[in-house]
Ligand binder design. Sequence first.
Ligand code: HEM
Length: 362
Amino acid sequence: MTLPQIPQPVVSPLTPAAIFLVMTVDAGHEGDAREALAEVSSLVRAVGMRSLEDGLTCVTGIGAEFWDRAFTGPRPAGLHPFRELRGATHTAPATPGDLLFHIRAQRMDLCFELAQRIGFRLRGIARIVDEVHGFRYWDARDLLGFVDGTENPQGALAEHFALTAADSEHPASSTVIVQKYSHDMDGWHGLSVEEQEAVFGRTKLSDMEIPDEEKAPNSHLALNVIEDEDGNERKILRDNMPFGSVAEGLFGTYFIGYAADVTTTETMLENMFIGDPPGNHDRVLDFSTALTGSLFFVPSQTALDDPDSLDAPDAATAPDAMDPDATDPEEQAGDPDPHSSLGIGALRGRPQLRGDTTASVS
Ligand code: HEM
């Protein structure tokens, strides 16, 4: 029986707490990482069940280089390494990332518990190269003081823009770009409120959009409202979170944008960094430096729970994949290929807890 393609919880309401983990997988551990990916949903259930009303979710993303190392199927459309953008004034760097875990809940303790469980499960397999704990700031404002997320598509529209259609190569999947930004708070506070409002194209207190004819051409909104050739708006689904460290003088926005068609997000980034027209860059970048940049494919939940389904068709229909009792001849022969060490039973298994809550991660 073919299971329906259920999406990962990409389309979820904004939450007060989130943790973003970006990891790289150690060479030679591709098969182990695949095995662990299939168990993430069990970990979410185990942690989330203890406080159902707090809505714990996790979206798992797979980077292009890891895809090439771990899966035999062709790269999904839109999956490629994040493309660095060098504008005349600002740069969007590309930084490493094999796996992304976007963890959301009403409470940070649930996010933290899941992050640590994922960390334990991947210990000795992958290392955490970036970890950001995001929090809700007032009425969903960024640390620059503006409400962030207002123009996100909602409900069925959010699904339309963020998830691929049923007839696509990978139904119910998405592509996600993440960037960690650090703000120049002193520079920002040197602006008047009116000048700050011109940067975004919205009013600060009431979060109202400034009319098009009054909007600065280099405002964030002027450069991020984009249309297709038929004049329809192209949208992405954002779930940005503030983060920071007072001691380090770090005041940031973690940008995360999901799109069914990643070229939508990439066009926005080009407008921001290169400028539209070139040179007319996004004024928010004069107060925000991009520190990281990575792109990930978000398979459907159905595919993530059964990573064999992401292999090329001939591998997916191999005897061991069809029949859980069949013996894999390659495995018997001790083949070093990381895929061949994965029995179907292991992929469908429950989480194997490799560590306790006192051990350190990675
Ligand atoms: C420093 C990082 C960023 C900050 C602080 C920021 C903040 C904001 C704020 C305050 C708004 C207005 C309210 C809203 O509709 O959400 C907004 C809108 C938006 N931002 Fe950003 N943003 C950042 C980066 C990005 C990036 C990297 C992209 C795209 C790649 C992006 C795409 C958008 C879009 C599409 C809108 C909605 C435009 C509309 O339809 O009105 N933002 N952002």
